[in-house]
Design a protein around this ligand. Structure first.
Ligand SMILES: [Zn+2]
Length: 359
């Protein structure tokens, strides 16, 4: 039997969560570097700095991550003197900034603290990094030995961020409720996969219950218990599921359909990842013939305006055949409850169109 290392997300959450940073950083050292997105650094870094100043933790530099989760950017950062001298790297921003800093600290063997400023992905608590070329084209996956040493989820900063990120984050998280179970169905599951599949329920239940209110509160820049539930589901629960199930179970039809939609630049430029994935969740639910689940989802999608038809992406039925071909070609659909074919995908989308008009 192979040895296994399991790391659960280590996190703090709250409106005033940066008050915990100095205490948790001290054991690792007193020299840090801030790296992040420009907006993220502007919104959050001064608040963290204030806490570090109180105990004499020095910020050696504040650096932009480079704009894309690319090895080229992590390489550039690696050559910065301040980065080499730092005991801890503080990463601010969304998924791309997180993944760049995960690669950087993974390769350099440095401690990483993450400061998500939007709730759209679980990147701040997972080991996996989705790396792209600087041109934006997908490159490859990279695995840090473990997730960030600690994550500070400031609910006030997330409440004040544009609500479209939370909205898309909800869409992407819903996929984590359905894809792992659909992929793993009928297979013998060991402990780790069972943990992931069991917890995947918490990627939909809290969202269907608190998602509408949480999103409204985000629109009004207001922290609430509902918003906190939604953030925990998007960031932490998705991360736990993703860190526990094997990669084959992490995604299926919903993501495959999203990759299909992105073959059209007009779709890719105008729609967020989570938005496209959320539509894929409906298609997968129809393909799986889970109508009761579909009804629950449709009610929620209409409440918060997630897409329920391929027409929401401005595509014609003829253009959709390219989407099905691409969706069928990706690895995501290879492991599923039953064989997924181009014909079945096309049929599911058609049935969904009819179902949505009737119900
Ligand atoms: Zn996704």
């Amino acid at each position: 039997m192979e040895n296994k290392n399991v790391f659960l997300p280590s996190y703090s959450i709250g409106e005033n969560v940066y008050a915990e940073v100095a205490k948790l950083c001290m054991p690792y050292g007193k020299k840090v570097v801030f790296i992040g997105g420009k907006t993220a650094l502007e919104k959050a870094s001064h608040l963290v700095k204030k806490e570090l100043d109180k105990v004499g933790i020095e910020i050696l530099a504040t650096l932009w991550y480079g704009g894309e989760a690319a090895f080229e950017n992590s390489e550039k950062l690696k050559h910065e003197k301040a980065v080499q001298d730092a005991d801890v790297i503080f990463a601010f921003g969304g998924g791309k900034a997180m993944d760049t800093c995960k690669v950087l600290t993974g390769q350099m063997g440095k401690t990483l603290f993450t400061f998500p400023t939007i709730a759209s992905t679980c990147a701040c608590v997972t080991s996996v990094c989705a790396m792209y070329k600087v041109s934006g084209e997908f490159d490859s996956l990279y695995w840090r030995t473990r997730p960030a040493e600690h994550t500070f989820i400031n609910t006030k900063i997330i409440a004040e961020a544009p609500d479209k990120y939370l909205w898309a984050g909800i869409g992407d998280t819903l996929a984590k409720a359905y894809e792992p179970e659909f992929s793993a169905r009928g297979k013998e599951l060991n402990y780790y996969n069972s943990v992931g599949i069991t917890l995947s329920k918490l990627c939909s239940e809290p969202l269907l219950k608190y998602g509408y209110k949480g999103l409204e509160d985000c629109k009004n820049n207001k922290v609430s218990s509902e918003l906190e539930e939604v953030i925990l589901s998007i960031i932490v629960n998705t991360g736990i599921v993703s860190n526990h199930v094997i990669n084959d179970y992490n995604s299926c039809v919903a993501h495959a359909l999203c990759y299909g939609l992105t073959i059209y630049p007009k779709v890719e430029h105008k729609h967020l990842h989570g938005e496209m994935v959320s539509y894929g969740v409906l298609v997968q639910t129809m393909l799986d013939n889970k109508l009761e689940e579909l009804n629950k989802l449709l009610k929620f999608y209409r409440q918060i305006n997630l897409p329920t038809s391929y027409k929401c992406f401005g595509l014609s039925w003829e253009e959709m055949s390219g989407v099905f071909e691409k969706a069928y070609s990706v690895n995501d659909v290879r492991v599923a409850a039953f064989e997924v074919t181009v014909e079945k995908l096309s049929k599911a989308v058609q049935s969904l169109e009819e179902y949505v008009t009737r119900n």
